[in-house]
Ligand binder design. Structure first.
Ligand code: GTP
Ligand code: MG
Length: 196
């Protein structure tokens, strides 16, 4: 699978701007600053495919990256950023819900959470939308380089247990874009969704 060949395809501000419903897509959702864009870059072995930023709330559009003519990675706008005006937040919610619940070529959701702040209210909202249509869910606990090995494994287990307790089927793994850790595990999940 040619993750390193990924290229920017298009950005969409609304459902009308989405590429045609064709082939397979995997979306990355998560709080602003959780490391979604960085994870996409790391998984594609590229420095600046998806734009990353120290300022949260930068990715306001849905950004599509094509691995080939049939497969795409999708960088969804981050959420949970306090300074976003209420009207914009509502617009964001509608866009996320519509995309996650209606996009037929969507094969799976990668939920990106900072390992130090897992399972926020907005994360549960994403999980709910995915669960409603039985969309496969994979959790990346990013910035795992910020914790020692023990707490990393404790958090992985705790998040998996909490999701299981709510009846949500999901796989959970630690990930670090900084240290390039967890890349093989993430690739094998994406492979299963994009190259079945
Ligand atoms: P939005 O586009 O605002 O939703 O944010 P995002 O989720 O795309 O986050 P982004 O990838 O831009 O990363 C946010 C900040 O976290 C940047 O300063 C990154 O360098 C940093 N970061 C991302 N991943 C890691 C990681 O694995 N480890 C560490 N230490 N920092 C990371
Ligand atoms: Mg981003």
């Amino acid at each position: 699978p040619a993750y390193h060949q990924a290229e920017f395809l298009t950005s969409a501000a609304s459902l009308k701007g989405l590429p045609p419903e064709q082939g397979r897509e995997v979306a990355f959702a998560g709080r602003s600053n959780s490391g979604k864009s960085s994870a996409i870059n790391t998984l594609c072995q590229q420095r600046a495919l998806a734009r990353t930023s120290k300022t949260p709330g930068r990715t306001q559009l849905i950004n599509f990256f094509a691995l080939d003519g049939e497969r795409r990675l999708v960088d969804l706008p981050g959420y949970g950023y306090a300074k976003v005006p209420e009207a914009m937040r509502r617009r964001w919610g509608k866009l996320m819900e519509d995309y996650l619940t209606r996009r037929t070529c969507l094969q799976g959701l990668v939920l990106v959470m900072d390992i130090r702040h897992p399972l926020t209210d907005h994360d549960w909202q994403m999980i709910g939308w995915a669960h409603a249509r039985r969309l496969p869910l994979h959790v990346l606990l990013t910035k795992s380089d910020k914790l020692k090995r023990g707490p990393v494994m404790d958090t992985v287990r705790q998040v998996a247990r909490t999701l299981g307790g709510e009846g949500v089927e999901a796989t959970v793994q630690p990930f670090s874009s900084l240290k390039k850790q967890g890349v093989d595990d993430a690739h094998s999940v994406l492979d299963g969704w994009l190259f079945p």
